[in-house]
Ligand binder design. Structure first.
Ligand SMILES: *Cc1c(COP(=O)(O)O)cnc(C)c1O
Length: 221
């Protein structure tokens, strides 16, 4: 099937409350344009330089999501245009995003990444670190006028064991639910970013509101 056909067959079967991020990392602009012409407006990339090159070349009504691990010293390269940063995993990074957003007179939406997998290689916060960030931000609102924490993100273990994946997604959803009481201008958890090509249906069953799908749309990498 073509990119457009793949995209539409996924999109047409999604519940209305679920947002599809088309993960286009490593793919050429021509492939992204095929998805764009089929109606897709949200693209996810995991490298800032690659995302910036694509942003420069592509229509300006696209929303660019950074889904990869972000190095603090590279935030400045995307602060002008990025719409949502999925993988925020430290206070230091949040402060840098705020600082760079301020320079462009923007407010940048962020998701905090939670560590849910049983793999050492994945990034993310544990619940204690998450609460520390929430507390700090809520008590220092003046310092975070140019960011909003709009949800959480997580990646399940890379395994065929559906029960394990389900357990991890359910865990993330419970953290998401437990923090629904945080309602301020800076913190308001609306989006739960979980689920990729192999596990997005399960993720939606477990409460995902935002899925990040790459290979099922654009083919293998
Ligand atoms: C690459 C990537 C995806 C998409 O993976 P697919 O299996 O190709 O759908 C989703 N989330 C993150 C964080 C990624 O790096």
């Amino acid at each position: 099937m073509s990119i457009a056909e793949n995209l539409l067959s996924i999109k047409n079967n999604l519940p209305e409350h679920v947002t599809l991020v088309a993960v286009s990392k490593t793919k050429p602009v021509a492939d992204l344009m095929e998805a764009y012409n089929a109606g897709q407006r949200i693209f996810g990339e995991n490298k800032i330089q690659e995302m910036t090159e694509k942003w420069e070349q592509m229509p300006k009504d696209i929303q660019w999501h950074m889904i990869g691990h972000v190095q603090t010293n590279k935030v400045k390269f995307m602060a002008e245009y990025v719409n949502l940063i999925h993988g925020v995993d430290s206070l230091k990074l949040l402060q840098e995003i705020n600082k760079q957003a301020q320079k462009h007179n923007r407010v940048i939406d962020c998701l905090l990444q939670i560590y849910i997998a049983e793999e050492e290689s994945k990034f993310g916060l544990d619940e204690e670190e998450l609460n520390e960030i929430f507390n700090f931000v809520q008590n220092n609102k003046e310092g975070f006028k140019n960011i909003r924490i709009v949800g959480l993100m997580g990646m399940a273990t890379f395994t065929d064991n559906q029960e394990q994946i389900k357990k991890e997604f359910t865990h993330l959803k419970s953290i998401f639910d437990a923090n629904q009481n945080l309602k301020s201008e800076i913190c308001n958890l609306k989006s739960l970013s979980m689920g990729m090509s192999g596990d997005y249906k399960l993720a939606i069953e477990c409460g995902s509101t935002m899925i990040r799908v790459g290979s099922s749309i654009f083919g293998g990498r």
